[in-house]
Design a binder for this molecule. Structure first.
Ligand code: SF4
Ligand code: SF4
Length: 137
């Protein structure tokens, strides 16, 4: 992502949110991952909670129809379900989390996460060791 990345809108606090769709997820093209909210408008009460609670500006608000629209699906954070959890009407659905577990394996996410974490933990251990005071005998 560079500074010229398109701004898709603002979050609830008025901060600009960029188009995140070109950022890969652990090496997998984000647009190949079918993870974003699917709306059931028959259940929707038009309360706006999903719209204001998403910090990634996945939703636009259709003023004419007074309802949320999934305008930037690939801005959705893979595995997040916050909007579905907050929706008082159960009007938002996501795929089964099994699909995410398969992706975790495919992308070797746990291995990659350990590779990132290990040097940090090593550094912290060195810092900790160097600040330890020898007990008096
Ligand atoms: S939170 Fe649920 S009920 Fe409220 S606008 Fe969003 S989808 Fe509709
Ligand atoms: S799951 Fe999370 S990131 Fe995705 S639309 Fe809902 S609140 Fe936004």
């Amino acid at each position: 992502m560079n500074d010229k990345t398109k701004i898709v809108g603002k979050d609830a606090l008025g901060r600009p949110v960029k188009d995140l769709s070109s950022i890969s997820w652990w090496g997998i093209d984000r647009k190949q991952i079918d993870w974003y909210p699917k709306m059931d408008y028959d259940k929707c009460a038009h309360c706006g909670i999903c719209f204001i609670s998403c910090g990634r500006r996945v939703f636009d608000w259709d003023k004419k129809e007074d309802k949320p629209l999934v305008a930037y699906p690939y801005n959705c954070m893979v595995a997040c379900q916050t909007c579905a959890n907050l929706c008082p009407c159960g009007a938002i659905e996501f795929p089964e989390t099994d699909s995410i577990k398969k992706l975790l394996n495919k992308a070797k996410v746990i291995k990659k996460a350990f590779e990132i974490l290990e040097p940090i933990q090593e550094e912290e251990k060195i810092d900790e060791d160097s600040t330890q005071i020898e007990p008096e005998v």
